[in-house]
Design a protein around this ligand. Sequence first.
Ligand code: FES
Ligand code: FES
Length: 382
Amino acid sequence: MTPISLTVNGRRVSAEVEPRMHLADFLRDRLRLTGTHLGCEHGVCGACTVLIDGAPARSCITYAAQCDGLEVRTIEGFDDDPTMRDLRAAFSREHGLQCGFCTPGMLIASRDIVQRLPGADEKRIRTELSGNLCRCTGYLGIVNAVKSVAAQQGVASEAPTVAPATVAEPARFIPAEAEAAPAAASRAPAEAGERKGWTRFEESFVIARAPDVVWAAFADFPAVASCLPGAELTEHDERTVKGRLNVKLGPISAGFAGSAAVERNEAAMTGTAKGAGSDNASRSRTRGELTYRLTPEPGGATRVHVAVEYNLQGPLAQFSRSSLAQELGRRLVAEFAHNLNARLAPAGAAPAAPPAPASLDAVGFVWAALWSRIKSLLGLAR
Ligand code: FES
Ligand code: FES
């Protein structure tokens, strides 16, 4: 059991949970907050959407243990929220619900949309809502309801007076260029590990070549990009890289274009890449930091320790803390290690590295993730 302490709808909650318990079960079964509904339990339908630290997240693919120290807000926590009041009225007026099963998740996603995109048109609203499924309404009433409240928000945001204090201001985002500046890149990793709302994972892998060979390979940015599935390098010099990473998370595809500043310390054999990117189609944005450290392994090999920390805003943020996203990160690192090993293998010792796939499809990893979980439950070797 894992002890956790979090804030749910403004109330401090402490509990012991099994590591595999997802947040939706914790909210429903332990806290009796049954307004959070469970449909697919695969991160697809959006019925279980809640806010975690102010951003929409799918509670069925987020472990409760991951929410230690965070703030969770469920549909029960919006009684006094003015935007939610407007949305509830609009959903009733526009016939935006029938059975109501999708409605809690739909309302929380809609609130995020109207606050983030005041004045959004129908096309944008349909795109933004594409991760929330309704089996009853045909969506017309829902879209009309969200459009009417988004229009009100648009008028309010254009008015000369300041918006009501109770309406959350959309999170600010640091442009890629600013984030990639050398000054930002000098922040200590320890400080980075404490960033609120960021997701972090660590992995390590072994490359069957000496540390100096691996160190030199990491300075070859086109080679590194060719080993990273879904990555395209468009521009680079010794300290900066620009490119694109194509990913699919749940029902949403995204191509993040951005840049990163790279720092390397040869004496310590460590490196850091800090950057930011955005996906125009989903209007999701990300900032991230990757650090690596090389240590010698027996037999002349090298262990590469990797720590990745990232923050997502926009529709894809719903998946950023999910086990699916973490599985995606683990698979990405494993594929990279496999490709780099193949690339650095002495001539004739291994086949050439396969070309990087056009995109990294997280949905393709669902079965791998499930199988991995089943194996660990059954105590089978990994
Ligand atoms: S229950 Fe369907 S996304 Fe969580
Ligand atoms: S109102 Fe029934 S699923 Fe949406």
